[in-house]
Ligand binder design. Structure first.
Ligand SMILES: Cc1cc2nc3c(=O)[nH]c(=O)nc-3n(C[C@H](O)[C@H](O)[C@H](O)COP(=O)(O)OP(=O)(O)OC[C@H]3O[C@@H](n4cnc5c(N)ncnc54)[C@H](O)[C@@H]3O)c2cc1C
Length: 404
């Protein structure tokens, strides 16, 4: 069903979908959720200036819209995507002054041992790195952005080294460079809205990007018949996502009685073996790029941390002073996370901040609970719903109330 969004999922595996003109519900015995991820926002002074954009935003301008995002760029963040974007920017004629990787320099012997057999991945990584070397673009490890400056758009960036263990900015060694584009890529955050609404158990796993659904080896969540695969179940890249989808698909077919157990086992085996090999490489990359708490020290009291509701860090600090200890309390006191993005942008960064400021674990700081509709939908589409949700569904009751 193209141009269709899922706006709710119930624990009995019923999805509520909406398209331009209509909406409906589908109940499935086997349901595979592959909801992907969001880019992680890291607030710092000036991050809302035009010309500061995520790695995904820059890629979209180049690949989809064939637009050069800027003339002179600095790239900052963590992970291999920074190298990919640097090469892509260079290819469209943007001068890349440097790539700042917050993580440490890879320990090549350890990496090569873990990556044995995954030569394709290594070759790609080497090609991107060589592209940088050939273009004379410096790659500076344990460095990150401190501040973006400009009147109506980014004109310069202050950056510098970070403590290798915590990524705390070392401001005494800050440098400044003039650019009109700052690309920021601090990785992705799993999109777990649907699995959360579906009632699946979740756990906090920083190395997987944040909250992720609990799953067994065949990708089934705590709700029988409900599977979660790909980045929406933990950030592990495209190759892992497609293998997980295959394993879940075979298992769903087995549960549906379409494949005998032995045949399902035979079909799953090669995908599970490849997954194990890829996850070994991934573990090394995750170790380098795991978000460290010192990034929380980039924002100042005047820095906007919730763009939708224009909440500054100072307001969050006042909420903390008033006794708030988790994201839900901060949301109620400041409106952080109440805007159109429903906390997708601000919650991960503020979870790190609250955890850093209060000494509580990220899991204790909690989350901003998703509410349906998880994607924008027209009231008219809901009015033309082709099949109703159960009469006791709270969202359905809200819709009826709005329409009456
Ligand atoms: C900018 C960027 C560059 C990347 N570059 C690389 C790279 O070079 N190499 C690499 O291996 N990986 C890369 N990745 C990661 C790679 O894209 C992901 O690992 C992979 O796409 C994960 O696949 P997925 O199916 O889990 O999720 P996605 O491919 O993200 O698919 C999820 C889909 O679900 C849809 N969706 C979510 N919620 C709803 C809803 N409620 N209703 C309807 N649809 C919904 C989304 O719109 C999306 O189409 C990159 C990621 C980003 C953001």
């Amino acid at each position: 069903m193209p141009r269709t969004v899922i706006i709710d999922l119930s624990s009995h595996r019923e999805i509520l979908w909406a398209a331009e003109e209509t909406a409906g519900a589908i109940r499935a015995d086997q349901l595979i959720v592959a909801s992907g991820a969001y880019e992680r926002s890291v607030p710092f002074p000036g991050w809302t200036l035009p010309g500061v954009m995520t790695a995904g935003g820059a890629q979209r301008l180049i690949k989809t819209l064939q637009v050069r995002p800027g003339r002179r760029a600095l790239i900052t963040g963590t992970g291999p995507l920074l190298l990919v974007v640097a090469n892509q920017l260079r290819a469209v004629g943007t001068e890349v002054v440097a790539v700042l990787e917050a993580g440490r320099h890879p320990r090549w012997p350890q990496f090569l041992v873990k990556a044995r057999g995954e030569w394709g991945l290594l070759k790609d990584a080497f090609e991107y790195w060589r592209g940088l070397r050939r273009a004379g673009i410096p790659l500076r490890f344990n460095h990150t952005v401190f501040e973006a400056h400009g009147a109506s758009a980014v004109e310069a960036v202050t950056y510098g080294p970070v403590d290798p263990a915590t990524w705390t900015p070392i401001r005494s060694q800050a440098e400044q460079v003039e650019v009109d584009l700052l690309v920021v890529g601090f990785g992705l955050v799993p999109n777990v809205e649907l699995t959360t609404l579906g009632g699946c158990d979740h756990r906090y796993a920083l190395e997987l990007g944040g909250w992720v659904p609990e799953r067994d080896a065949c990708m089934e969540t705590s709700i029988p018949g409900l599977f979660a695969v790909g980045d929406g179940a933990g950030i592990r890249g495209a190759a892992v996502a497609s293998l997980e989808g295959r394993v879940a698909g075979i298992t769903a077919a087995e549960h549906a009685g379409l494949l005998p157990r032995a045949e399902a086992d035979r079909r799953r085996a090669p995908f599970l073996a490849r997954l194990e090999s890829l996850l070994r490489v991934r573990a090394v990359l995750d170790g380098m790029s795991r978000i460290r708490p010192g990034l929380s020290e980039l924002a100042t009291p005047g820095t906007i941390v919730c763009r939708c509701e224009e909440v500054a860090l100072g307001e969050v600090q006042m909420a903390l002073a008033a006794g708030a200890r988790d994201l839900q309390a901060v949301k109620l006191l400041t409106r952080l996370g109440m805007g159109p993005c429903q906390g997708r942008n601000c919650a991960p960064a503020m979870r790190s901040y609250l955890s850093h400021a209060t000494g509580r674990t990220a899991a204790e700081v909690g989350r901003i609970n998703p509410r349906p509709p998880v994607k924008p939908v027209r009231l008219g589409a809901l009015a033309r719903m082709t099949r109703a949700m159960p009469a006791d569904d709270p969202f359905q009751a809200t819709i009826r109330e709005a329409l009456s």
